[in-house]
Design a protein around this ligand. Structure first.
Ligand code: ATP
Ligand code: MG
Length: 390
């Protein structure tokens, strides 16, 4: 059992854990952190699996060693073994140098294998061997290597279902789930919603220096009633987006509802509703990069809205369509009434798409340059291009 109390853990890692359900999760975290036991963390997208994995590592005796995070779903099947286990020079055509895999990089520390359900069958066998005796072989080598690595795995898939469907090896599953931490979805621990809203609005106002008029009690009720399919990640995005869209004004329940219904209108799918494949995390958050992109888009949009309001107030004539986005994106929206222009704002996804298109156009289709302009990794850009079919 770790010396920190649950309250101290929450404080130290900025974890909100007011609900009984989260307290139970944190109780298990306290118990397992100091040992080297393998932990499987399960739960829907955005519930905080990575947050809990980081807390376990930070509370372990390995906290001064690295925690390497790997998203198994984001690595192409053909190179996953060389990424995890490394390879010898010349082991395959493009292997011009010898390379250490993530297991070696995590030696003496922790490896966090996210989306473990995405591991190809063949790799599952090799992974089981590492779990059992800490041994593996680099691709192209016949000599076993040993590492001392604490393994934390996570998945948002129903892994038992995968086992039944023979997609995931039963022996590996049993070995992995010696400790299984199930993080309940936010709708099953509504006591956490209010403190989360408070935390995210405080943080955002502090870092963005945006004006903020608070949430009305009804707005808070709207937050508490909503089911949050994207869990905490969705809640955070909604809080921050509302602050950007309604700066300085007290946010009302209808603002919250309108924003949520817009996000869920047919045909618009948000990232967190899909089984998404985030790029490989190597101790760096791609979420951060994506969020920055979204903020910039929102801030741009806010500027446009202010200009638009200005325009409408100062000129007493029929409002004209002001193009926030390329005209093609307005195909199905040609109502032009003052208020509706603001109500019919494009979704974040549409804005993201349009920003990426614009960056690609300006860079003449060169992805590296476009990624630089957008301040996201090439990998994220590549994934977005594929996702949006650009
Ligand atoms: N208990 C919590 N308290 C405060 N913030 C949290 C908590 N849980 C998660 N978060 C925040 O919510 C966001 C999503 O968390 P995280 O990335 O850990 O989720 P996840 O379960 O790994 O999601 P995915 O399945 O999509 O990978 C992050 O910004 C994280 O900081
Ligand atoms: Mg995660």
């Amino acid at each position: 059992m770790h010396k920190y109390t649950i309250e101290e853990i929450c404080e130290k890692f900025g974890i909100i854990g007011d609900s009984m359900e989260m307290r139970e999760v944190l109780h298990v975290v306290r118990q397992v952190a100091p040992s080297d036991i393998t932990v499987l963390i399960t739960g829907e997208s955005g519930v905080g699996k990575e947050v809990i994995a980081k807390a376990i590592h930070a509370l372990s005796n390995r906290s001064d060693k690295p925690m390497i995070s790997v998203n198994c779903g984001a690595i192409p099947e053909g190179i996953i073994e060389s990424e995890l286990f490394g390879h010898e020079k010349g082991s395959f055509t493009s292997a011009s140098e010898q390379r250490k895999g993530y297991f070696e990089l995590a030696d003496n520390g922790t490896i966090f294998l996210d989306e473990i359900g995405e591991l190809p069958q063949q790799t599952q066998v090799k992974f089981l061997r590492v779990l059992e005796n800490g041994e593996f072989m680099r691709v192209g080598s016949g000599t076993p290597k040993r590492v001392d690595v604490r393994i934390i795995a996570a998945t948002n898939k129903d892994i038992e279902e995968e086992v039944r469907a023979k997609q995931f090896r039963a022996d590996l599953y049993y070995r992995l789930r010696s400790v299984n931490i199930l993080i309940p979805p936010l709708r099953e621990r509504r006591d956490d919603i209010l403190p989360l809203v408070k935390k995210f609005s405080d943080e955002f106002v502090r870092t963005s220096k945006m004006g903020f008029g608070g949430f009305s009690p009804n707005a808070i009720d709207a937050f508490i009633e909503y089911d949050w399919p994207g869990n905490i990640r969705e809640l955070r995005n909604v809080v921050e987006s509302l602050i950007v869209l309604e700066p300085g004004r007290e946010i009302q329940a209808e603002d919250v509802r309108r924003f949520l219904s817009k996000m869920h209108r047919p045909g618009v799918h948000r990232d967190f509703e899909r089984n998404q494949y985030l790029p490989v995390h190597l101790n760096k958050s791609s979420e951060q990069a994506e969020r920055e992109l979204i903020y910039r888009a929102l801030l741009e949009m806010r500027k446009d809205i202010l200009e638009l309001k200005d325009f409408l107030m100062n000129r007493h004539r029929e409002p004209q369509r002001v193009h926030l986005l390329p005209p093609s994106m307005y195909a199905d929206r040609d109502r032009d009434v003052e208020n509706e222009i603001i109500e019919e704002l494009p979704s974040i996804e549409e804005m993201e798409k349009s920003l990426i298109n614009e960056a690609l156009r300006r860079s003449g289709g060169r992805r590296r340059e476009a990624a630089k302009v957008l301040q996201i990794s090439e990998r994220t850009l590549y994934r977005k291009i594929k996702e949006y079919g650009l």
